[in-house]
Design a protein around this ligand. Structure first.
Ligand code: IPM
Ligand code: MN
Length: 367
């Protein structure tokens, strides 16, 4: 199998976690005899510094010419004084638009080994397996008009959705629910917002096509509470852009760390893969970052852009095994325990667990 992967490592901890994810992809290519190529390009603050723009044209060309884009993180406090359209984050929003993926899948899986890492009790988080489907190209992030008039002290952002935008991401969510536990929770603020009423009406219409899927609606404020109280009640959670941004960070509490969460954005010209965490400038370059979010993101890339489901599962199992053996980066070393693995060591441990499991599989096939 041949795969051209664009690597947009970005800012802060982006490069160090992405390096570990790429090592894992290289291992999968080697074991499986695949031909994966990697082309690096600039995005975010590093692109502003080098090229004067958060998403240079060359990066767009490389991304559009690839089969999948793997992104690290963007954001650098050095650019906090700039308006939103000039900041590193603008590069991320632009690449999402250019690639065109509208369905952002953000799984939240509670690894048993991290059961004591969450401030929630073990019996609350046990067995949690939620898949957030966040609409990624609409809502307040992109709605026009948007402005801030510093003279009058007034600012405007626009939440705007069309029925078609809800339908296309809704279909993705229903299809995914159908392959899972067949429950879809749609989250909105329909008691206040017209956009949310459009979402609700559209999903209610769509559910006729998926009679096997149970649909429930939740208001985002009470959803934020239920998520901490009874997270096991949720299977696929579908929501608009900003609510999805907020709820997916909140779900980091269930896994024990935001550093564990991967994501995949589907539906556009080229799929985009990025961990949910940010650039964490406070710990960048110190070997403290958790590469597991990026590594699990690489697994999603293999699953959704290469059809290599077995390899994706093998990576997820390797992560589980490494955690089970007690290896921890600082974000998941709670309860007073010190971190016992650096970013690179964590990556190497997953790599060797993966090699072992693949060796075993190959000798089983040979029998
Ligand atoms: C995320 C991030 C981004 C977002 C920021 C960096 C623009 O928080 O991917 O969740 O809000 O989408
Ligand atoms: Mn976010």
């Amino acid at each position: 199998m041949k795969l051209k992967i664009a690597i947009l490592a970005g800012d802060g901890i982006g490069p160090e976690v992405t390096r570990e994810a790429v090592n894992i992809l290289k291992a999968v290519a080697e074991f499986g005899g695949h031909d994966f190529s990697f082309t690096e390009a600039l995005i975010g603050g590093v692109a502003i510094t080098a090229e004067g723009a958060p998403l240079p044209k060359q990066t767009i060309d490389i991304a559009l010419d690839s089969d999948a884009v793997l992104l690290g993180a963007v954001g650098d406090n050095k650019f906090n004084h700039l308006t939103p359209d000039k900041r590193p984050e603008a590069g991320l929003l632009q690449i999402r638009q250019v690639l065109g993926g509208y369905a952002n899948l953000r799984p939240c899986l509670a690894f048993a080994a991290l059961g004591d890492n969450s401030p929630l009790r073990r019996e609350v988080t046990k067995g949690v397996d939620i898949l957030f489907v966040r609409e990624l190209l609409g809502g307040l992030y992109f709605g026009q008009p948007r402005w801030w008039n510093k003279e009058t002290g007034e600012a405007v952002n626009t939440m705007r959705y069309t029925k078609d935008e809800v339908l296309r991401v809704g279909r993705v969510a229903f299809e995914l629910a159908r392959k899972r536990r067949k429950k879809l929770t749609q989250v909105d603020k329909a008691n206040v917002l017209e956009c949310s009423q459009l979402w609700r009406a559209t999903i209610d219409e769509l559910k006729a096509d998926y009679p096997d899927v149970t649909v429930e609606h939740q208001l985002v404020d009470s959803m934020a509470m239920h998520l901490m109280n009874i997270p096991r009640n949720f299977d696929v959670v579908l929501t608009e852009n900003l609510f999805g941004d907020i709820l997916s960070d909140e779900s980091g509490i269930i896994t024990g760390s935001l550093g564990m969460l991967p994501s995949a954005t589907l539906g556009g010209k080229v799929n985009l893969y990025e961990p949910v965490h940010g650039s964490a400038p406070d710990i960048a370059g110190q070997g403290k970052a958790n590469p597991l979010g990026a590594i699990l993101t690489a697994a999603m890339l293999l699953r959704h852009s290469a059809g290599l489901e077995e390899d994706a599962l093998a990576i997820e199992a390797a992560v589980d095994k490494v955690l089970g053996a007690g290896h921890r980066t600082s974000d998941i070393a709670r309860g007073g325990a010190a971190a016992n693995a650096t970013t690179h060591e964590m990556g190497r441990l997953v790599h060797s667990a993966l090699s072992e499991s693949i060796d075993k599989q190959q000798s089983l096939h040979a029998v």
